[in-house]
Design a protein around this ligand. Structure first.
Ligand code: URA
Ligand code: SF4
Length: 202
């Protein structure tokens, strides 16, 4: 893949990013998806949450975290005392990758090539928002922001930093909690990590 770089605007803030995203051909994921799903939230948010990629519902509606994982994230943020509309929420990959099985579209994890191709969009969001803290949700976001050797399960809830020095912390992806067989425990652990994130902001 050539990567998103040629489509990423150099100025114009989040508005320009949003306007340019639908034209991106940085990898092959735009072909089968319904639409691109941009990040959402205040340009001056102190906290940025980075997920994996849009899901089935997000792909149809064009908005981040509005499906089952999004509902869980809303609930967890509320329990952790974080107001969703004060944070900027986005994904490491902006198009939905899936496998068609009959009428159903089954989520497929983005490949490293997709993560790398889409990274310039995430970098541009980071450059505009300049969050004080980045919350890395799951292993795909971790691969994009922290490299391939970082293990979310080993470092969840800890204060870490992105390679450029931005303060960060990592936790699991809310989808993994949705699917968990130990839902109660995993939901509480997720909320605990988000509370720790809120405390890092002070
Ligand atoms: N999972 C994500 O990572 N992002 C979304 O927007 C929805 C589900
Ligand atoms: Fe561009 Fe990212 Fe979509 Fe690939 S997934 S086409 S790089 S916006």
């Amino acid at each position: 893949f050539t990567g998103a770089e040629p489509w990423v605007p150099e100025r114009g803030g989040l508005r320009a990013v949003r306007a340019a995203l639908p034209s991106c051909r940085g990898c092959d994921l735009w072909e089968n998806a319904e639409q691109v799903v941009p990040g959402d939230g205040p340009a001056r948010a102190r906290m940025m949450l980075v997920g994996e990629q849009p899901g089935d519902v997000e792909d149809k509606e064009g908005q981040v975290f509005v499906g089952p994982a999004g509902r869980l994230l809303d609930k967890a943020l509320a329990e952790a005392g974080i107001e969703r509309d004060t944070v900027y929420v986005t994904n490491a990959v902006k198009h939905f990758r899936f496998e068609q099985r009959g009428k159903r579209r089954i989520h497929k994890t983005p490949a490293v090539g997709h993560i790398v191709a889409c990274a310039p969009w995430l970098r541009s969001e980071l450059a505009v928002v300049k969050p004080e803290l980045v919350v890395v949700l799951g292993s795909v976001a971790a691969r994009s922001l922290l490299g391939t050797t970082f293990k979310v399960t080993q470092h969840r809830g800890e204060p870490i930093a992105l390679p450029d020095g931005t303060a960060a912390t990592a936790t699991v992806h809310p989808s993994s909690v949705v699917r968990s067989r130990e839902y109660r425990r995993d939901f509480e652990l997720f909320v605990t990590d988000l509370r720790a994130a809120a405390a890092m902001l002070g």
